[in-house]
Design a protein around this ligand. Structure first.
Ligand code: HEC
Ligand code: HEC
Length: 220
């Protein structure tokens, strides 16, 4: 039986597309991995916290924040409490539990999901590594990958490739510099962004704490 040339070339095309896809999937994060990493309530809650709570309660939930002086630092510490208490004070405000009315009621401003997510986040807000994980999953995985192995979805577009951060041989102060000032300022690729423009120093310190915990071993 003779197979027409057009059919052969289509088959070749289909096979090569699937091979490319396979190689691709093995190399970079899958959409599923990214969705899973980004959809964790804690990660989403971190974004809510940053937008609505950080001003008064501070990056670490310790009440060291810009608005601290207005309300008195002691009161602004987020302490470990049960979920019912968090639900009450966050939905209906400080006065609903006999505390300061300067703690706003959020039920009108935040969705059901956002309230639950931010409660998840405040349970880890005083843990630097967990805060750093949130920073990493929100800002770094596109290039460095969910597993920080340098194989994020965008990694294939760049040469040099984003670093495998599980095997970095750089110390914390080098990491702080390159994260804050970007690759170009350090004589490296300008693709590595200047995060000092977008992240607070605390967030950069936190992400470095997180990177410590995922270190497998340095290459050298
Ligand atoms: C305008 C400032 C302000 C903002 C913004 C704010 N809070 Fe508060 N919050 C307060 C004040 C003031 C208190 C302390 C009340 C007191 O001690 O009398 C408080 C108390 C709390 C407490 C109780 C602490 C404890 O252990 O008793 C929680 C939990 C809390 N806030 C969560 C949040 C969350 C979550 C957000 C963001 C969605 C947020 N707050 C935004 C001012 C603020
Ligand atoms: C747009 C892509 C991109 C994003 C997003 C990105 N990076 Fe990078 N990063 C790179 C590239 C590319 C390099 C390698 C630069 C080189 O080798 O010249 C790099 C290098 C680094 C290094 C140096 C590691 C070493 O061992 O030398 C650190 C640390 C780092 N990135 C941390 C981060 C952190 C933390 C974030 C998130 C806050 C982040 N990067 C987000 C592209 C990115």
């Amino acid at each position: 039986m003779k197979i027409p040339g057009i059919v052969v070339s289509m088959m070749v095309l289909i096979v090569s597309i699937s091979v490319v896809n396979l190689v691709h999937a093995g190399e970079t994060d899958t959409r599923k991995e990214i969705r899973a990493a980004k959809s964790k309530p804690t990660i989403r809650g971190g974004i809510v916290y940053k937008n609505y709570c950080v001003l008064c309660h501070g990056e670490r939930g310790d009440g060291m924040a810009r608005a601290t002086k207005l309300y008195g630092q002691g009161n602004l510490v987020i302490k470990a409490r049960d979920d019912d208490y968090y639900q009450q004070i966050i939905r209906y405000g400080g006065s609903s539990v006999g505390l300061s009315r300067y703690m706003p009621a959020w039920e009108e401003e935040l969705s059901e999901e956002q309230i639950n997510d931010v409660i998840d986040y405040i349970s880890i807000v005083n843990d630097p590594v967990e805060r750093g994980r949130v920073v990493f999953m929100t800002s770094c995985i596109l290039c460095h990958g969910v597993k920080a192995n340098g194989k994020g979805r965008a990694s294939v577009m760049y040469d040099p490739r984003p670093a495998d951060l599980t095997r970095s041989d750089k110390n914390d102060s080098y990491k702080k510099m390159i994260i804050t000032m970007g690759g170009e300022a350090m004589g490296r690729s300008k693709v590595m962004p200047q995060w000092g423009l977008q992240l607070k120093e605390q967030e950069i310190d936190d992400v470095i704490e997180y990177l410590r915990t995922i270190l497998v071993k340095p290459l050298k």
